[in-house]
Design a protein. Sequence first.
Length: 995
Amino acid sequence: MWVCVSEPFNLIEVTKAIIEQAKGSVPSVHAWDALHKCLCNSLKGKRFLLVLDDVWTEDNNDWTPLKLSFKGGSPGSRVLVTTRNERVAQIMGSTHTHNLGKLSDNDSWSMFESIAFSGRQEDLTKCSSCRQDNWKSNKKAKNEWNSILENEIWEIQKIAYDVLPSLFLSYNHLPSILKQCLTYCAIFKKDERTDKDELVRLWLAQGFLGSGGYKDLEKIGRDYFDDLAMRSFFQDFKKGADGNITSSNMHDLVHDFVLFLTKTECYFLEVGKELDSNKVRHLATKTMESSSIYKARNLRTLMINNLLSHEQLIKIFNQLKCLRTLDLSKSRIDVLPSKVERLLHIRYIDLSDTFLSELPETICNLHNLQILKLNNCGLINKLPDRIGKLHDLRHLELRSTSSLSYLPQGIGRLSLLRTLTKFVVSDTSNVCNISELKILNFLQGSLILNGLERVVDANEAAQAELKKKKLVVLSLNFEKPKDGDCNNMAVVLQNLQPHENVEELYIIGFRGSRFPSWISNSSLSANLLRLRLDKCKNIIELPALGTLGSLEVLEIIQMRDVRYIGSKFYGFSVAFPKLKELFICNMREWVEWELPVSTDIIIMSCLQKLSLYRCPVLRALPGLGKLKSLESLVIHELSQLKHIGKEFYGNLSSSGAMAVAFPNLKKLEVWNMKEWVEWELPIAADNKIMPCLSVLSLRKCPMLSALPGHGALDSLELVYISALPSIRWVGLEFLGISDEEYGLTQVNGSEEEGSSSFRKPVILFPRLTKLEISFMEEWEDWILPFQKDRQVMPCLHTLILESCQKLRALLDLAVFLSLENLCLGGFNGVEWKEREDIKLPCLCDLTLRKCPSLHAIPRYFCKELKGMQPCLPPLLESLGLRKAGVFSESLPVIVRESSHNNYPNLKYFSIYSSKHPSLPKGFKQLTAIQRLEFIICESLDFNLNELEHLTKLQELSISECPILAKRFKEAEDWMSILSHVPIITIDRKNIRDSN
């Protein structure tokens, strides 16, 4: 059954339509009771699917009577509702909601063609990734679609109404206040990402959210935003940890639509253009050079994100006196004129990212000011002394204001303040005291408290009553503490207990010997998501943080005196139940880490990322292999760690069942391990180790003398090995096979008694796609056993070998049949051996640098020419040469005609740091090049006519090649010779622009 509900909702008509679908006839009765009884009888005992299409009503009372009529249906019956408003789905009690995504460009075009006409894709840019529910089936005449392509939407009202009926329908259904909020968004550029809270404050400044002092107008604004989002006017949402939307943008069609609606009210003025109307009320611009701006006397919003002169500021203050919103962020002004007081109606001023060092006292005469933003004003050192006069101020943003050393008295009189991002405690007199925070009962969002070591009387901290402030993020900073004040600091921190709503807590520089009891208190357990303890140097023992049941991120940094982490740290038998990230760094005395592994205790069951940095005396790692959810493990600079063995993987002994260590680990990174000698990888028949590991990175481990059997890690895709100077050879052990197994892998058992063992095909590194080995000072030999029954790295498509100067010979690279990218660099003695057959059929990108001993050019047998011919892989698209031996002088090309037509796919060619005075031999045979680069070729010289054959060339770049640069300057005919090349740069300057 399919019933279109539409708007306005009519219970009687909808019920009749359902009965008609169920029985095939329209009921003659009109009273609800009779219709209800008829519908119940029609559905009783039947299994049905009912589609209620295009539902708009948000009144639950409309839906409830109808829902009761469906209860007689048999199990398995379903009601499917389509709506443009997600709130409708919530009200109707949907068990599952499916939000229509975006059509791909191809799907958009296919549907567009079927609706309109075929053969043109330009119109698609107007509809790219349009939501599926905005497509309509009415066909348009071709000339109308052309009009859409060639005109801005506000110039074609009739077509706009025809093309975007669904948007008009959704818009007309909005309450008037939401229409105001939506159309204000026309001031933003297309594709501009908008912060939700910032947009709410802009609405607040325009009066869209009403007025009323202590009312939570911001909550009203957030609800308005969510309502518009549910109606699909916004898209591409980013969400916070709590699941609420934090930012979004508008689809291009919706943006065009609101521009059409606002006509001349909202405007984005491009450089060099003039305003078409003095009726503009909301303007964003990158220039104030246009005199027409100052004639728009009714302007309510002015956003300027570019350089602004003092004179232009004065003109704004003198002539645009109706402004409510003024955004001067990034305008680089260093003085705000005192005449700012003339903006009597101003409610919002953004001075972020400017060079201001102070504000004029006259700004305190702006009694309607609600939002003042000074973020990233690193030079500002004081706020106006009379700031307490701004009684309507609700948001004062002071992020990244490092020169601000105090706040003036009177902050406590700003009783409406919702946002105060920074408070600085000062030890001077006649400045704001921390106790003034007591009156600011509406504070929310983020607050940084700096200079807490300067609080002399700990009772002042208690008077601040932080416990009553609904802050989400709180940073308690003791910036330059003295050890003698430790006891006072302990009391101060105890008295600064945050509200139970706090989600992120940072304690930095605390010098007490123990943390206050509230840090692991159950009151914080419900909401605290992130905790950082940093530079708390006198703490010997960490508190029972494992009891924080909602904690997702824990950072422990520079806890100088902590020596042991054990059972007290975990607390309950279920410790850190939701922890996803653990970061431990700069723990210079940390010696021992206990991680209990047993069936009675569950620790960090959700941990996904573990990072250990600079813990110089930690001697051993616990059984991290038992962390079942761990996906990323980073270990840097554990200087005393010498051995990684069985204890690292946890208890691998199993009673019949397969034991798995690190079952979900995807990334392992081990760097800068000075004493690390041995790495054991105990893979056996009854266990698995790191079955999901896809990325492995080993760097700067000078004592590690051998690589374990990584070839047995079937999921490895990317391997980076660098600066392991004790490694002399890479061979069987690295592949995970023993000397006895070399050449033959046996499987016990046979089909018939007494039959011989047989070979079992083996694939080593079956998924490896990229291998990078670099700066291996002592690496001499590389052995990979390629046999018919054994494949090694069959999927390898990128191989980088860099600065391995003792490597005697290159591996037979032709065995890597999937190789697409090859980079060889820094080999003094290695040679490229000549082969009779080159088997790199997929190679597209070849880079050779600092390989002066490459004196043999690869060759292949050409049947047409009946002999060996010079050759590189035929599908090559990119070739880069830097001190590449013979390649710098001569390219492997065939001068005579043959089916091998000299790399028709080679589009990019680069010569770097060559001492040769001419182009390589054979260069004229390369005809498909689109991008050509010469870099640091001091002796290189050639006639520009030598580039005439490059008819497809799109870009020529010459850098630090003095002879070539001079030749271009002196040659009068280069413009005609290279007229087809759109981009020519010499020393990073486009010479076409200068000519």
